[in-house]
Write a protein that binds this ligand. Sequence first.
Ligand code: HEM
Length: 220
Amino acid sequence: MDAADNTIRVWDPIVRIGHWALVLSFFVAYFTEDDFLTQHVWAGYVVGVVVCIRLVWGLIGSKHARFSDFVQSPAKTIRHLGDLIGRRTKRYIGHNPAGGAMIVALLIGLSGTVYSGLVLYAIEENSGPLAGWVSDNSTSTSLPAIISTALADEDDDDSDDEREEHEDEAGEEFWEEVHEFFANFMLLLIVLHVAGVLYSSYVEKENLPKAMFTGRKRID
Ligand code: HEM
């Protein structure tokens, strides 16, 4: 606590640096896509590493960084959303319950985006940490069992090579769709996240983006 400027430290450097690294790397990855694959993949790795660090930090980090500090029950989160809309919410020093729910959704969305990207990179380029794993077990890991069984039934007359090629293409298409779904889902979450941050800043009369830079919020 700093009595001189009436503020208290809320966000530690891991939370702050992690947050702005995520913002930067997510948008680099989103806008580079296939045209600049190297940059896209490296930005994706940064997202993955930051998310892994944040998940561990949610268990062992500073007070307001811990999941136990901001993950609330659905009932409490819904009640808080109602209070927020009615502008009668109490002030939270850490993440408020709606913010906490959004953070869980963002971390799940980011994990899904990174995982599907890694599988796709392994199938398409035979590169990345999942390369050996996906290409060695191409049928069983690159496609969900239900789809590969359906393909196998369809392809009874094909030679083994043709069938494998068919399955590889289907696997690639499937993971492309999954990766695209997660990336667009993330964009939707980010729009909602930023809108929520701006609205909460207005209702709580606190500049929350600034606090994510300085790590400090006012005391009263
Ligand atoms: C310019 C756009 C953005 C702004 C202004 C912004 C602002 C903020 C603020 C103020 C918080 C803290 C909310 C609170 O006080 O409870 C926060 C948390 C968070 N934001 Fe953003 N955000 C932005 C974009 C993003 C993007 C693009 C992502 C993901 C790719 C993201 C992921 C997160 C996560 C994971 C947290 C939780 C932080 C933690 O506890 O580690 N944000 N953001």
